[in-house]
Design a protein around this ligand. Structure first.
Ligand code: 4NP
Length: 144
């Protein structure tokens, strides 16, 4: 799960997907394309929204997406079109490029919909993001 800062959207996506899969069978992680928040906890608003829905994401710490992640993961879900461009630029070949998916393509196929960055918005933005990611993760799990 990849966003820009790895403190708002992708930590929620990681927490939501992890809660829906068998950890012995599926490895889920998240990262940001930017490195400003390496080592930090998720944004307190993401922590609070996750908690409201019964998820604890306080074990997560900010990481930067690395080209090595293409080798580790079968799927790389990005939150928006800007993340998509940044991640695709790091891919070495077509097989790596094909791993990269816009996460909301899961629920709005082919419509190029972004998960809006809630960083500068109010708390409602985080609930909205949670709901979108929950639906998308449900679809991902149904296909695994
Ligand atoms: P995220 O939100 O990409 O959903 O984690 C952001 C968090 C921080 C920044 C940008 C986006 N930032 O520029 O620090």
């Amino acid at each position: 799960m990849v966003c820009l800062g790895n403190i708002c959207r992708s930590p929620l996506a990681e927490g939501i997907l992890k809660a829906k899969i068998d950890p012995d069978k599926v490895q889920v992680d998240s990262a940001g394309t930017g490195g400003w928040h390496i080592g930090e906890l998720p944004d307190s608003r993401s922590i609070d929204i996750a908690k409201k829905h019964g998820l604890d994401i306080t074990d997560q710490r900010g990481k930067k997406f690395s080209a090595y992640d293409f080798e580790t993961y079968d799927y790389i879900f990005v939150m928006d079109n800007s993340n998509y461009r940044d991640v695709i630029r790091m891919a070495k070949n077509d097989s790596e490029k094909q791993k990269v998916r816009l996460i909301l393509d899961e629920i709005f196929p082919g419509e190029n919909v972004d998960v809006p960055d809630p960083y500068y918005g109010g708390d409602h933005g985080f609930e909205n993001v949670y709901q979108m990611l929950d639906q998308a993760c449900e679809k991902i799990v149904s296909r695994l």
